[in-house]
Write a protein of this length. Structure first.
Length: 165
């Protein structure tokens, strides 16, 4: 199964200057819960946004066009073609974690979407690709709890592709 996970503000903003333009600890906890012990695929820029360090307790897969890009053996796997990530989806839920170009490459192959919708207008330079929401059905929607550490109105929504098992 191929799943995508992301958070976005209004206007589909997902990033600004290589980072997320918000701090939402409950969303980060949700991300961790959903990706722990699963293979995760990301682009090189997303890898670099993590300080070029692997996310622990996950198989980190970095997709890049750079033929010279390398990771240390214990950091993860480098792939140069999205097809090379697909075998991971056969054994487990492959989690696509960004960035924008990787989401665009994988959206047509995804079976499930985990989106945190943040109801706020953030400045951004990176956007989630357009989704044809008619092809997806909501299987779960949970409002986020707003407090001093999580100051924005948000909700966690899980979608499944219509017609998938």
């Amino acid at each position: 199964m191929i799943s995508m996970i992301w958070a976005m503000g209004n206007e589909q903003v997902i990033g600004l200057n290589g980072t997320m333009p918000w701090r939402l600890p409950r969303d980060m906890a949700f991300f961790k819960e959903m990706t722990l012990n699963k293979p995760i695929v990301m682009g090189r820029k997303t890898w670099e946004s993590f300080g070029s360090k692997p996310l622990p307790n996950r198989t980190n897969i970095v997709l890049t066009r750079d033929p010279d890009f390398r990771l240390m053996e214990d950091q993860g796997v480098v792939i140069h073609d999205i097809e090379d990530a697909l075998p991971y989806a056969e054994a487990d839920e492959l989690m696509v974690i960004g960035g924008s170009q990787i989401y665009e490459l994988m959206l047509s192959r995804a079976d499930r979407l985990y989106c945190t919708f943040i109801d706020h207008d953030f400045e951004g330079d990176t956007y989630f690709p357009e989704v044809d929401w008619d092809k997806w059905k909501i299987i779960e929607e949970v409002p986020g709890i707003t407090d001093e550490k999580n100051p924005y109105s948000y909700r966690f929504v899980t979608y499944e592709r219509k017609g998938s098992v």
